[in-house]
Design a protein. Structure first.
Length: 156
């Protein structure tokens, strides 16, 4: 199985979480690729099933519940270049802060909603990390990802 982690971030936290997952889960997978969402569009998902390929959207929320600036092109391409993504299997790791409760983890939720609208198949539930919780996103995120990868394998 191959994992592509697509990272949307403003401050670098989501990138740090993705890198921690890449290092911590290397014993579970031979191929983990971290891609910043900068300049990506819907074509990153390809046109056909990738053998054993799963995607992880690792993104923060910015402003009033928006996706980060570097994720905007990819997110908007779901509307400007829509196509059926039934071959895509994915998970979402959303970063947020309950201090901004109405928009908590909305960046990740927006990606999840649009991917499902286009037919992609989510594995497991969206995982949300609360920056106000006193826990480290990279520690909690890697623990979650290890369990999520078991689900992804079982669903293959």
């Amino acid at each position: 199985m191959k994992l592509k982690i697509l990272v949307g971030t403003m401050t670098g936290t989501a990138e740090y979480v993705a890198q921690a997952i890449q290092m911590d889960c290397a014993d579970l997978l031979d191929d983990i690729e971290v891609l910043m969402m900068d300049d990506l569009d819907i074509s990153v998902f390809g046109d056909a099933p990738g053998q054993g390929l799963v995607y992880l959207i690792c993104t923060s929320t910015y402003g009033a519940g928006d996706v980060p600036d570097n994720a905007r092109k990819l997110y908007e391409s779901f509307d400007t270049q829509p196509r059926y993504l039934g071959h895509v299997r994915y998970g979402v790791l959303a970063l947020g802060d309950h201090a901004h409760d109405p928009t908590f983890c909305l960046g990740g939720m927006k990606f999840d909603e649009r991917l499902q609208d286009l037919g992609a198949q989510r594995i497991g539930e969206v995982w949300c990390h609360d920056a106000s919780s006193g826990t480290l996103a990279e520690t909690e995120g890697t623990l979650w990802c290890r369990e999520w990868l078991k689900l992804a394998r079982a669903a293959a």
